[in-house]
Design a protein. Sequence first.
Length: 161
Amino acid sequence: MAIRLVILDCDRTLWEHEDVFIDGQTVQDARGEQVRLARGARELLDALRERGILISVCSWNRADLVFAIFDLLGLTRYFVHPKVEFHPHKDRMIAALLAELAREGTVLHAEEVLFVDDNPMMLEMVRQGVGPVRTLRAQIDVLDLRDVLKYLDQPEPTEPT
Ligand SMILES: [Mg+2]
């Protein structure tokens, strides 16, 4: 099944920093470094939108902070039902996201969802809790976010007959 929704983690996935905060009009990390998006991030977001693939985020973080960062970086318009909650249960966040989309008439199978996160425990939790969501590990499988496009362009594995 083709991917119809790509969900991105934020810290160390959408941006290559952790513990980000806003200082005036700039976004910084704990070391005072200005936060930039991960390599290929804008190209990925634009390409997904062009292809009609839905994009969302799932982040264990403070919603007010992350949504303010999205505004500052001009990202808000890309995401449908972004999930930013201050707890580690990303399986629940993604289940809620899929339920919200279904209520709007977009019913997705787990196989049509790709989740990208740097934390392998999160990927496993989501596969266990939501179903056979496809997963990629940021910083390992995905060094440049445009690698996600390469994954989408791979021929689908054929079912054994
Ligand atoms: Mg992360």
